[in-house]
Each structure stands twice: as C-alpha cells, then as structure tokens.
Write a protein that binds this ligand. Structure first.
Ligand SMILES: Cc1cc2nc3c(=O)[nH]c(=O)nc-3n(C[C@H](O)[C@H](O)[C@H](O)COP(=O)(O)OP(=O)(O)OC[C@H]3O[C@@H](n4cnc5c(N)ncnc54)[C@H](O)[C@@H]3O)c2cc1C
Length: 451
C-alpha cells in the first residue's frame, strides 16, 4: 500500500507513527511545505515570556526520526502539494527549493493540511509591523520584534490573544488589547468568567478595549497605527489573532465540506471519498454536546484524529469518540479550564439551557491557600444533561474540566454530578468536592427549590 500524507504537524505526524506501528511494510510519502515538522504552537507565548529558552525544544519529531521508522517512509520537506486529482489518485507536488513539479500517485491519502490564521481583509494587514501568530516563523518574528517594541497591540480576544497579551505583559511591555466583542474568550466562557479574565488582564497592566473593532492598519518606521470603529491606537507592533480557518482548498469540490470549509469525516476519519482520510485542523470534529460537526482547531483533536486516520486507513476499525473541545490556559497565577458549550452557545444551538455559577474554596478554609474556585455549569433543562463547564482558580482546576468532559461525553446529568463519588481529604478538597456542590446547585435550580 502506498499512502500519501499531506501536511505534517500534529495530525500528520500522529498518522505516520500509527501507520508504521501497525503496518511497517507500507510506503508512506509525507509532503510538508515547511522545513520542519511537529512544531507546538503553544510554545510561542512560552518562548516570548522566556519560560522556554529554546524554540527548537518545541519540536517533538523530525523528518529524520520519521524516516527511521521504516525503510519506506519518505519525508519530503519544503514540498508543496499544489493540486490533488482525487479521482486519479494523483498529487501534483512542487519542490519549493528547486521549483520542480512532479506527479505522485497514492492508494490512500491522508489530508492533514491544518489551518491558517484568519487574516481579516483590512487595509494594512500585510505591513511588516502587523504580525500573525501560528507557526515557528511567526514565533521567531514575535520574539525578535519584542526586543525593540515597547507597546504592543493585540487584536483578538481568543485564547491565543489572551496568552500572547499575558506573555508581553510579563516581559514588561505595554499591551493594548483590542477585542471586537465585549466578552473575551467568548467561545470558551460566559460573561461572569469573561469579566474576571478582563479584570485579570487589567490588574497586570494590560489596557483593554472591548467591543471595539479594528478597521485598518498603518505604519511608519517605528509605529503601527490601528484604527478601530472607536479610536486610533498607536503601538510599536500589532499582533493579530482572530481565529483559524481550515486549509482545505486542495480538496474543494472533491470531498464533502462544511460551509466553513472544514472537511466532513465519518466516525473513522474517512472523507466522502473512501480513499481519502483526514484529521486535525483541516477537519470538523464531532462535537458531542450537540452531536453535530463543529470546528474546534486544537492539538488534542489533531493528535487523536491523526492517529485514527493512520489506523483506519487500512480498514475502519476504531471509531472517533468525538470531543467536548476541552481546553485550559494559565492566566497569570490562575488557571482557566473549560469544556463543552457556554450558555450563550447552547442557546444559539437551540438547547433549553440554563446555568449556575458558584464560587467556593477548593479545600477547607482551615487549610492554608484554600483558593476560591469560580465555576459555571451549563445544562439542558429538558433532560438535565450537562452541556458545559468553566472553571477559574489559583488552584489547578484542569482535571476538573477533564472530569466534566467525560461526563458530557457519557451524557451524564446534573444529578450525576451532584452525587458522583469523589475523594475527600483536607489537603485536596472538602467532603463534597466543589464539582459536587456545583452539580447540587444546578439540581436545586432545576427543581426550583429556591424559587
Ligand atoms: C499560538 C497557538 C497556541 C496554541 N495552543 C494550543 C494549546 O495549548 N492546546 C491545544 O490543544 N491547541 C493549541 N493550539 C492549536 C494547535 O496548534 C492546532 O490545533 C494544531 O497545530 C493543529 O495541528 P494540525 O496538524 O491539524 O495542523 P497544522 O498545525 O495547521 O499543520 C498543518 C501542516 O500542513 C502543512 N501544509 C498545509 N498545506 C500543505 C500543502 N498543500 N502541501 C504541503 N504541506 C501543507 C502546513 O505547512 C502545516 O505544517 C494552538 C495554536 C496556536 C497558533
């Protein structure tokens, strides 16, 4: 069997490992337009703030290592796949160094081309003082330009914008944070936690401009000028982080895609063309809270889907479980962790949803550092199923988000959360774990006990 893998960051790398682990005789042709593979973009903020000293440490694999997996693994770096003729099982590939083009046949194709940062069609967006934030090259530019730039404007209040704003503020830069809607992290948290996140940014010297839309960029030798619908801001540099879009043009019209361009796959990561599998940011995930396709570009989804594509390309055996898009980020000395849907999204998706918000110390107050945890639980009032949760605390709440994630996947209810068995020890929590209490609050609300 000859398998072509197009794109080799997380999904592509995971696919190649899986193919060779189970079928070492396979011929695998990997085409990657970059000169590297497997870069962890989460390292950009860590590198900028100095937590990670060497950007090279953010690669966990290389072309040479992949080729060592088997004699028939061929990794073609700086090779761009320019067209795909799916019916003929042919790729047209350009060697980006020599400029030469050639055709490459395949029996099966794994499409792991990922995403590109959304570049809003604004005047001045391509100016050198306006940067994007996605890959290794962006990381180098961001770090390099931070040496001279004192004032940085961040455009976009998703988790990457917030992470980068924090990193710049940690290294003593003045940060202007501009977000088109009022709530920061609007895909992840409802307004209560959004307010707390904004407060946290402001408490660390970040100037926030919310509900303000960037319209145009301009620059002179030293400055970037950002005109919004409300004001003109002057910075030394602007970093635009307004989301990601699936990179799927090569298969346009050849496989079924969603209106947002992401590829639709079945439970086995197989596209509508039986010989083409796909995974990662190029693909829509099966979002368990709604049971529908959703676009959730996360490394977690990419590695899972890539591995499954590499497994199922030999025959559909392992189903994708879907996702709750569980995620977490550090916010100065706090942790924010989220899973499933916000209340706003749940309502937009047509659920008769409600939420409760609770703040409680994670362990008994007689213990030192009994940090408060602020939590939101979103549930369906019709069947009491849990739809989402958001947690913010100085305590590490990441595993609590993972627990709620499993409960959403298992279609558990607020009643399950209220009474599910969780340990007690004063070092770790109270006789009722804070998630139990959150579940109980939702039960009381659903049963109108406080009406
Ligand atoms: C700043 C930042 C921080 C992040 N932090 C987190 C985090 O903390 N947790 C988390 O879960 N996720 C995080 N993510 C998201 C995560 O990085 C992505 O979900 C992940 O990179 C997707 O992997 P992928 O392999 O599907 O696609 P990509 O990483 O987009 O890689 C696709 C690859 O395909 C190549 N390619 C595309 N087209 C072609 C072609 N025609 N020919 C040849 N090669 C091609 C590209 O060069 C690229 O290398 C972060 C992203 C960013 C930008």
């Amino acid at each position: 069997m000859r398998i072509a893998v197009v794109g080799c960051t997380h999904a592509g790398t995971a696919a190649v490992h899986e193919i060779i682990a189970r079928h070492p005789e396979t011929t695998v042709d990997v085409f990657e337009r970059r000169a590297d593979i497997s870069f962890l973009s989460c390292g950009i903020a860590l590198y900028l703030e100095g937590t990670v000293a060497r950007l090279e440490d953010m690669f966990y694999d290389s072309a040479a290592e992949l080729e060592k997996l088997g004699p028939n693994v061929h990794v073609h770096l700086q090779h761009d796949v320019v067209t795909i003729a799916a019916k003929d099982h042919q790729l047209e590939v350009q060697n980006m160094v020599s400029g030469q083009r050639f055709m490459q046949g395949y029996d099966k194709l794994i499409m792991t081309t990922g995403s590109y940062p959304v570049v809003p069609p604004l005047q001045g967006i391509s100016l050198p003082r306006v940067l994007m934030c996605k890959n290794y090259d962006d990381a180098v530019k961001i770090k390099e330009s931070a040496k001279d730039a004192q004032t940085i404007a961040i455009i976009g209040g998703g988790y990457i914008g917030v992470e980068i704003a924090e990193a710049y503020s940690r290294i003593g830069r003045k940060v202007i944070f501009i977000n088109g809607v009022h709530g920061v992290l609007s895909h992840y948290v409802d307004h209560e936690l959004a307010e707390l996140v904004s407060d946290e940014l402001r408490a660390h010297g970040v100037t926030t401009f919310l509900n303000e839309v960037a319209l145009q960029f301009d620059s002179d030798k030293q400055h970037a000028f950002i005109r919004t619908d409300k004001a003109e801001h002057v910075a030394d540099l602007a970093v635009v982080c307004v989301g990601f879009r699936a990179m799927t043009e090569l298969l346009e019209g050849q496989v079924v895609t969603n209106p947002d361009g992401s590829i639709h796959v079945n439970d086995y990561m197989q596209t509508s063309d039986p010989d083409i599998y796909a995974g990662g940011d190029a693909v829509a995930v099966h979002f368990n809270p709604t049971g529908r396709d959703s676009y959730a570009p996360l490394a977690t989804n990419a590695v899972r889907q890539g591995k499954l594509a590499g497994r199922n390309v030999f025959g559909n055996v392992v189903r994708y479980m879907g996702t709750q898009s569980t995620s977490a980020m550090r916010l100065y000395d706090k942790t924010l962790a989220c899973t499933g849907m916000t209340l706003k999204r749940a309502k937009t998706e047509g659920f008769n949803a409600a939420s409760v918000t609770l703040t409680d110390a994670y362990r008994p107050e007689f213990m030192a550092d009994a940090y408060p945890v602020t939590m939101v639980l979103v549930y369906d009032q019709d069947n009491r199923r849990i739809l989402g949760a958001q947690l913010l605390s100085q305590h590490d709440v990441t595993q609590s988000a993972n627990l709620v994630s499993v409960m959403i996947q298992n279609r558990n209810t607020i009643d399950d959360l209220a009474y599910v068995d969780m340990l007690f020890n004063p070092w770790y929590d109270k006789p009722w774990n804070y998630l139990n209490l959150l579940g109980q609050m939702a039960v009381e609300q659903a049963d109108h006990l406080n009406a």
